[in-house]
Write a protein that binds this ligand. Structure first.
Ligand SMILES: O=C(O)CCC(=O)C(=O)O
Ligand SMILES: [Fe+2]
Length: 159
């Protein structure tokens, strides 16, 4: 997997940083979430690019530092090509992904999903073909009174 942190994206693209803070988008996310959704101030993790581009590339099981992830699909393989999102609704423990109830979803370029990503373990299944790419923008958002991230894993992945 190749990643690009938000600080690099902001240097190269005003479009993505502007879209991230778009008031209409924030209003939509607040309506969907049922409570106020706020942009993340931290520059590395607030909007990142993740590219799976080699057979076997995967995004392993984890939970996110911030409460909400809006994932926008720029490129995606066919459902048979891997790159499927897996999560077990309401389950935070990583083992839940190997237990009954796990959802496995395919997305196409142009799709997006919103996930309560700090409380839901999630991962992306390995790409299984050459010549396909799965490229997503992940916009992280927070909510009032959310505590600061407890680990440095995002810094290690994106800087
Ligand atoms: O690519 C995806 O669908 C998930 C991305 C993700 O979990 C992340 O960037 O933290
Ligand atoms: Fe995530």
């Amino acid at each position: 997997m190749t990643t690009l942190g938000g600080h690099h994206i902001a240097q190269e693209s005003t479009l993505i940083s502007t879209l991230y803070r778009n008031t209409g988008l924030l209003a939509l996310l607040t309506a969907l979430n049922g409570e106020g959704v706020l942009p993340v101030a931290e520059p590395v993790e607030r909007h990142v690019l993740n590219i799976l581009h080699q057979p076997g590339d995967t995004h392993g099981a984890h939970t996110d530092d911030y409460p909400l992830a809006l994932v926008l699909f720029i490129e995606a393989p066919q459902a048979s090509g891997g790159g499927l999102l897996e999560f077990n609704p309401g389950r935070r423990d990583l083992r839940s992904l190997d237990e009954p109830g796990t959802c496995r979803l395919h997305h196409r370029a142009g799709d997006a999903y919103l996930l309560r990503s700090d409380l839901t373990a999630h991962r992306v299944t390995p790409l299984d073909r050459t010549g396909t790419r799965r490229t997503v923008l992940n916009f992280a958002y927070t909510i009032e009174d959310h505590r600061a991230p407890a680990t440095d894993s995002a810094q290690r992945l994106y800087t």
